[in-house]
Design a protein around this ligand. Structure first.
Ligand SMILES: Cc1ncc(COP(=O)(O)O)c(C=O)c1O
Length: 444
């Protein structure tokens, strides 16, 4: 700066020693204490470089979509229905789309009335609405351990306490659920909801067995606990298999969340809530206060797609695509991973959940993995209580099979060196635990 320029006023908070202090710190609502950005967001800037194989993100592989005909149809929506498409709409969503959503859900055994469907801006908004409607600060939400990062973020934002219940290869274990409920009851804590992802779990990759479904519905009814069934992957079973939804077993005790993000296009941000009839009115009010109405244009685009495209054929194409990638990942894990690592074998969806040997800390190892040009999502982000340091989520949805093979090979190399260091020096990485984090679009 030359001496002729007037001195610039200091920006609030920029005084020496206060560089990183947020001047609004005393203004935030207490509930924001639970809102933390993903600690690995900075790493993702590096991880998204082309030389890094990212097995971290949950981005659907949209390359198989027929973009030309979709763009023609989008243009048609504006040309033919523009004055509706570009206008405010109903808070509950466009009626014709709600009817079509009922047809989609029928594929998983759900018989629903369009009046009970509320269209949302992705199922993430549904999670926010359900938590807002049902959870007071301090209420307990039971969730599988691990669980979806975005759901943990919503529960934290409304100051609900998450109690995790362990899964096995057949999903949530009913006895563990009973145990968690009776513990909470003994402690005088109010359990409001069970949040569950029964099909092709994010991040665990497992599916709740058919036999356990009725039992879980029954346990929740006995304990007066509402079920939040989050099912974005249910139609992505690699053999075209579907499972009876919890909602079909207990329509009055299950709030069901659905989404077109994984079966059509995540960027359109169209999902839905199927509410118990008694809850529907409140759900519409919650939606209205969040967005006034979901985007009409996007809803009409989805509706046109469902009525004019072979959408079931498109889902089959996605499934085949993901199955090829899953196969590539499982074969590469088998070939390269060091002894002592275990992983799940998903029959649908996007994710494999890996457990590494005792002493390896996947979060501390991540910078070293990124240096070796491979990224993954470390396990602690999928728990509300800091558990998961020996776990990581690998996604096979986005990279090509070749990239997946290369990524797993690099990851195995990093793990080998980590284990070698451990053998030489003992544990290489001790670190603090983390709580729930909000996912970036790449980490969801
Ligand atoms: C289990 C689960 N629920 C909800 C969502 C959010 O989906 P949407 O794009 O519909 O908001 C995701 C996204 O990854 C998910 O995996």
């Amino acid at each position: 700066m030359t001496s002729s320029q007037p001195p610039q006023p200091a920006r609030p908070g920029s005084e020496p020693g206060r560089q990183n202090l947020d001047p609004h710190i005393d203004r935030y609502a207490a509930r924001t204490a639970g809102m933390t950005a993903s600690e690995i967001r900075a790493l993702f800037a590096v991880a998204s470089r082309p030389e890094v194989v990212s097995l971290a993100g949950g981005m659907p592989n949209l390359a198989a979509l027929p973009l030309d005909s979709l763009s023609n149809q989008m243009a048609e929506v504006v040309a033919q229905d523009g004055l509706v498409a570009l206008q405010y709409g109903s808070a509950q969503g466009v009626p014709v789309l709600r009817e079509q959503i009922c047809d989609v859900m029928a594929l998983e055994g759900i018989s629903a009335h369009p009046d009970d469907v509320v269209v949302t801006v992705g199922s993430q908004m549904g999670l926010d609405m359900v938590t807002r409607l049902f959870c007071d600060p301090g209420d307990v939400v039971i969730a599988e351990g691990p669980s979806y990062v975005g759901a943990l973020g919503s529960f934290a934002a409304y100051q609900a306490n998450v109690v995790h219940v362990a899964m096995d290869d057949d999903g949530l274990v009913p006895d563990n659920l009973r145990e968690a409920l009776s513990q909470a009851e003994k402690q005088g804590r109010r359990v409001k909801c069970l949040y569950t992802i029964p099909n092709f779990h994010n991040p665990a990759g497992v599916t709740l067995s058919v036999e356990r479904r009725a039992e879980i519905v029954e346990i929740c009814a006995e304990h007066d606990v509402l079920i939040i069934e989050d099912n974005p992957y249910g139609l992505l079973g690699f053999d075209g298999q579907t499972y009876p939804s919890l909602r079909s077993m207990a329509p009055e005790n299950v709030v069901y969340l659905g989404s077109f993000s994984k079966t059509f296009a995540s960027g359109l941000r169209v999902g839905w809530v199927l509410a118990p009839h008694a809850v529907r009115e409140k759900m519409v009010l919650a939606a209205e206060s969040a967005t006034l109405c979901p985007p009409t244009l996007n809803q009409l685009v989805v509706s046109k797609y469902l009525s004019t495209h072979d959408w079931k054929g498109q889902i089959k194409t996605f499934r085949e695509n993901y199955r090829e990638r899953r196969d590539a990942m499982l074969a590469a894990l088998e070939q390269h991973m060091p002894a002592g690592c275990t992983w799940t074998r998903p029959e649908g969806g996007f994710y494999v959940w890996v457990t590494v040997p005792e002493g390896v800390d996947t979060k501390a190892m991540l910078p070293r993995a990124v240096t070796a040009r491979v990224a993954y999502a470390s396990g602690t982000g999928f728990y509300a209580d800091g558990f998961g340091s020996r776990q990581m989520r690998l996604s096979y949805c986005y990279p090509t099979p070749e990239r997946i093979r290369e990524g797993v090979r690099r990851l195995a190399g990093v793990l080998e060196s980590e284990m070698e260091l451990m053998r030489t020096f003992g544990s290489v990485s001790t670190r603090a635990v983390s709580g729930p984090q909000f996912p970036g679009p790449d980490t969801a």
